[in-house]
Design a protein around this ligand. Structure first.
Ligand code: COA
Length: 464
C-alpha cells in the first residue's frame, strides 16, 4: 500500500529579528550571518506563544484548508525538542486546543504521542505513521504529523544567530497528492553523542557547534550509504557506468539549522560520491589543488577537528570545490530552492527539513518546472545523534497544492523587533498578556499555573 504527504500547512510566528541589526548589536560582521551562514531573518515567538500553540495553529490551517474533520484523523503525532512537560505529551495540548474549535471530545478516538530525537524526530514520526498506513491499520483515516520547535540559544553564544521558530503540519494518507514515499529504502544511522543536548530544566541547549556540524555530515553520509544500497537493491534507482545515485535524485532537502548547512552537506556528499567517477578529474582540475587527507583518516571526529592543518586545507578545498561548474550546476538544479525559506525564517529544529521541502516545491514550481514524477531525497539529522535518509516522488496532482503556496502571504505581515524587544522576550521578562502583536484567528497561550497543586497547567484560547 502507498503512503505519503497529501498536503502541508505552516505556522510561522510573525515577529522577527533582522540578521544585520543582530550582527551589529553583537559586534559580528553582518556578512558572516548573511553570506557566511545564509541567515537574513530569524522568526521569534511572541510572549503568548509556545511550541504547542505553533503546532495547533499549523494543524488547524491544515485541517481547514482540506476540510478534514476530526473523525477523518486516526493519529495525531507531534515531533519536537521543545517539550513543555517531562510526562504530558505535546499532542495532548494540541488536541485540547483543536477541540475548542471542533467540539469537546471530537478527537477522543485519535491516537498519538510526542516524539523526541532532536531535529530528526519528525522524520521518525513520518516513517512510523506511513508504516501505520502501509500496514492497512488506518481504515481509511489520515494521520497528521506536526513538527514544531522554538530554536533558542544562550544570549551571546555562537548559536544565538541560528535561532528561529515555527511548525509544519503534514497530512498523511494512502493516496497522497503531494509526495509518495519510496518503500523499503528508508535508512538510519545512530550513535551516542553529546554534540548538542538540553539537560532537564534547562531552557537552552549545550552546544559544541563545530563538532555538531561535522557529526551531522558523517551521520547523514552513513545513512546515505545504507539508502544507496537499498535504492539499488529494490531497483527504484538504476545507475549506469560513471554515475552516482545522486544523478537520479532530482532534488535534495537537507536538515537546515541554518541555510548554508545545506550547501555544506551537499559538498560533503558530492565530494565523496564523485571521487571514484570520471568527472572527478575535470572537477578537481578546476580547484587547482589536491584534495587534502587527514593525518589519521580513520581517526575520531575529535582527532580530525584537532588536525588544524587538515581542517584549514579542507576548508580551502571545499570553498574551491563549491565554485566548480559541476558543483554550481548541481547546487542550482537540486538544492538552492529548498534553502530560500530558511534564509527568511531561521532555524526550526525538527521542522527545518520540512520547511525546506515546502520551499523546494514552491520555488521550483515558480520557475515553471513540472514537478510530477520528480524524486526528492531527504537528509534528516538529529543531534545526540541519528540521521535518516529517505526519498519520495512528487505525485501527478501536486499542482492542486503547490500552485497555491505563497510563503510570504502565509506568514502574514511581520513585525521587526528592536534588539531591546528581542532581548526582553529572550530573557522571559514579559508575561503572556504582554504580547507585542494582536492575535488573529489563532491559538494563544493565556496563562501558566504556578500553584503547587496545578503547577505548569497551561490555558490557551482561540482568538477570532
Ligand atoms: N563574511 C562572510 N562570511 C564569513 C565571515 C565574514 N565576515 N566571517 C565568517 N564567515 C563564514 C565562515 O567562513 C563560515 O562559513 P564556512 O564554514 O562555509 O566557511 C561561516 O561564516 C560561519 O563561521 P564560523 O566561524 O564557522 O561560525 P561560528 O563559529 O560562529 O559558528 C555554528 C557557527 C553553526 C557552529 C554556530 O552558529 C552554532 O553552534 N550553531 C548551533 C548548532 C548548529 O547549528 N549545528 C549544526 C549542525 S546540527
Amino acid at each position: 500500500m502507498a503512503a505519503g504527504i497529501d498536503d502541508m500547512a505552516i505556522y510561522i510566528p510573525r515577529l522577527f529579528v533582522d540578521s544585520a541589526d543582530f550582527a551589529v548589536a553583537r559586534g559580528v560582521d553582518p556578512a558572516k550571518l548573511k553570506q557566511g551562514l545564509g541567515i537574513s531573518k530569524m522568526a521569534i515567538v511572541d510572549t503568548n506563544q509556545d511550541p504547542a500553540c505553533l503546532a495547533a495553529n499549523a494543524c488547524l490551517k491544515l485541517m481547514q484548508k482540506n476540510n478534514v474533520s476530526p473523525s477523518d484523523v486516526g493519529r495525531l503525532y507531534v515531533a519536537t525538542e521543545s517539550a513543555l512537560d517531562e510526562s504530558k505529551a505535546l499532542n495532548s495540548y494540541v488536541i485540547g486546543m483543536l477541540e475548542q474549535v471542533y467540539g469537546p471530545d471530537s478527537f477522543e478516538h485519535c491516537g498519538g504521542i510526542e516524539c523526541k530525537f532532536a531535529c530528526v524526530s519528525g522524520s521518525y514520526a513520518l516513517y512510523d505513521n506511513s508504516n501505520w498506513i502501509r500496514a492497512g491499520e488506518a481504515e481509511g483515516k489520515s494521520a497528521i504529523v506536526v513538527v514544531s520547535d522554538i530554536a533558542k540559544y544562550d544570549m551571546g553564544s555562537t548559536g544565538e544567530y541560528t535561532q528561529g521558530a515555527g511548525a509544519v503540519a503534514m497530512l498523511l494518507n494512502d493516496k497522497p497528492r503531494l509526495l509518495q514515499f519510496d518503500a523499503k529504502v528508508t535508512s538510519t544511522s545512530i550513535k551516542n553523542e553529546y554534540d548538542f543536548y538540553r539537560p532537564f530544566g534547562k531552557e537552552t541547549p549545550i552546544v559544541h557547534g563545530q563538532y555538531s556540524n561535522l557529526l551531522y555530515l558523517i551521520q547523514v553520509k552513513k545513512a546515505f550509504e545504507a539508502y544507496k544500497k537499498k535504492a539499488l537493491d529494490t531497483g527504484i534507482i538504476k545507475i549506469n557506468e560513471g554515475e552516482t545515485i545522486l544523478d537520479h535524485i532530482d532534488y535534495l532537502c537537507m536538515h537546515l539549522p541554518y541555510s548554508n548547512m545545506g550547501k555544506k552537506a551537499l559538498s560533503y556528499l558530492l565530494r565523496r560520491e564523485w571521487r571514484s567517477l570520471p568527472r572527478w578529474k575535470r572537477t578537481i582540475e578546476q580547484t587547482g589543488m589536491e584534495e587534502p587527507v587527514p593525518k589519521d583518516p580513520r581517526g575520531t571526529i575529535e582527532s580530525i577537528l584537532a588536525d588544524e592543518e587538515y581542517m584549514t586545507k579542507d576548508h580551502e578545498f571545499t570553498k574551491l570545490f563549491t565554485k566548480t561548474k559541476e558543483y554550481r550546476q548541481f547546487y542550482e538544479d537540486k538544492l538552492a530552492s529548498s534553502l530560500i525559506a530558511s534564509t527568511m525564517i531561521g532555524n526550526l529544529y525538527t521542522a527545518s527539513l520540512y520547511l525546506g521541502f515546502r520551499s523546494c516545491l514552491e520555488f521550483e514550481f515558480q520557475k515553471g518546472v513540472d514537478l510530477a514524477g520528480k524524486r526528492i531525497g531527504f537528509g534528516s539529522y538529529g543531534s545526540g545523534s541519528s540521521a535518516m535518509v529517505f526519498s519520495g516522488t512528487v505525485q501527478p496532482d501536486y499542482k492542486e497544492i503547490v500552485s497555491k503556496m505563497n510563503l510570504e502571504m502565509e506568514i502574514g505581515e511581520r513585525k521587526k523587533l528592536s534588539l531591546e524587544e528581542y532581548e526582553e522576550i529572550h530573557e522571559n521578562k514579559r508575561s503572556p498578556d504582554q504580547s507585542l502583536l494582536d492575535a488573529k484567528k489563532e491559538f494563544v497561550l493565556v496563562s501558566i499555573e504556578d500553584t503547587p497543586e496545578s503547577r505548569g497547567e497551561r490555558k490557551y484560547v482561540f482568538c477570532d
